[in-house]
Design a protein around this ligand. Structure first.
Ligand code: HEM
Length: 322
């Protein structure tokens, strides 16, 4: 892409709302390093949390915008997003709590929970890239990756309702349903495919793909179907990694799709449908292209329906609206 086009894109994306890279520079310059340390500490104990934090940011932004609504606990009068079936396997809330506690201790009322989630996702990706550099088995020794600085200044929402999670895409979606679900939120087809590349990290549970096995899904490789059935032999919660390198941020997920080894139906359709197959092939051939598109789409995602001024607040505790 020509440099001029890229610059125009960045300016357009950058002016969509009042988020700023240096948002905390005068009010709380250590905010970002406190979050990074909390994330690093958690990931050292459990590297699989990198995937969980990335997914949490997506589930936050796609429902009511990036406003920390996914963090809110249900109360007697309100069933929150967290308790939706789509969110039951989200993990890593304690990492956000830990960061928030330290932030509030040092400088109360400044750093929002929505910003913590967004920063933690970026830190988790960075961690998965740098940890893969030191792994001898890793193919990602090229020192590149979707490392991006995210604009900050999100405020926390005051609404978190289970019914709003209907806006999340289902793993049973076909390509047009995926394109529509993302298109409604202002994402292009390329954004959607690039963001699906987040499945380079982490796992899906059997319950998310078992219907493909009973329906003998023709988009599924027969040997891979046997591997998935074996996973499911251990029950609905048994985990299957999306690709062979679930802790490394790389383009292996897209490689898997070309072998009909996509775990979810919504993964594999990206290769089955002609419109998206070219994008997948592009990412297989050029990992750097995937990284660039992914980081741009993540910054775009992080700006979804951000609450500004009195429309939001800075929660004292991420689990409770003030
Ligand atoms: C394209 C539409 C998408 C669908 C239908 C979808 C669906 C799913 C499903 C069903 C799971 C497994 C949940 C489970 O079985 O417990 C999952 C996991 C995951 N998703 Fe997505 N997802 C989509 C897009 C995204 C995006 C845009 C991101 C982030 C930018 C993302 C990040 C992740 C990650 C990292 C995991 C692994 C989580 C872990 O290991 O704990 N997904 N997704």
């Amino acid at each position: 892409m020509a440099m001029a086009t890229l610059l125009v894109m960045l300016i357009v994306i950058g002016s969509a709302n009042s988020l700023r890279m240096d948002y905390y520079i005068t009010t709380f310059p250590f905010a970002e390093s406190i979050v990074k340390n909390a994330v690093n500490k958690a990931l050292q104990n459990d590297p699989s949390l990198a995937a969980a934090l990335l997914r949490m940011h997506f589930h936050d932004c796609f429902v009511e915008g990036c406003d920390g609504s996914v963090l809110v606990d249900s109360t007697e009068d309100n069933t929150a997003e967290k308790d939706s079936p789509a969110n039951l396997s989200l993990r890593g809330f304690e990492v956000i709590d830990d960061a928030k506690e330290q932030l509030e201790e040092q400088c109360p009322g400044i750093a929002s929970c929505a910003d913590i989630v967004a920063m933690a996702a970026g830190d988790a990706i960075f961690w998965s890239l740098t940890s893969s550099l030191s792994s001898p088995s890793s193919r990602s020794t090229n020192c590149r990756g979707p490392i991006y600085d995210i604009p900050k200044g999100r405020r926390d929402g005051r609404r978190s309702k289970i019914e709003d999670t209907i806006n999340l895409p289902f793993p049973s979606f076909n390509t047009s349903q995926l394109i529509n679900a993302f298109g409604r939120r202002g994402f292009t087809t390329t954004d959607m495919v690039a963001l699906s590349g987040a499945h380079t990290l982490g796992v899906a549970r059997c319950s998310s793909f078992k219907n493909r096995l009973s329906n003998q899904d023709p988009t599924l490789d027969s040997d891979f179907a046997k591997a998935l059935s074996k996973t499911c032999g251990a029950g609905d919660n048994a985990e299957q990694s999306f690709d062979d390198t679930p802790k490394n941020f790389d383009n292996d997920y897209f490689n898997a799709l070309t072998r009909k080894n996509g775990v979810l139906f919504s993964d594999q359709v990206l290769y089955t449908a002609t419109g998206t197959r070219a994008i997948v092939n592009g990412y297989v051939m050029n990992e750097a292209r995937f990284f660039l598109d992914f980081q741009q789409s993540m910054v775009k995602m992080g700006r979804l329906d951000v609450k500004e001024g009195p429309k939001g607040e800075v929660r004292k505790n991420c689990r409770k609206i003030n």
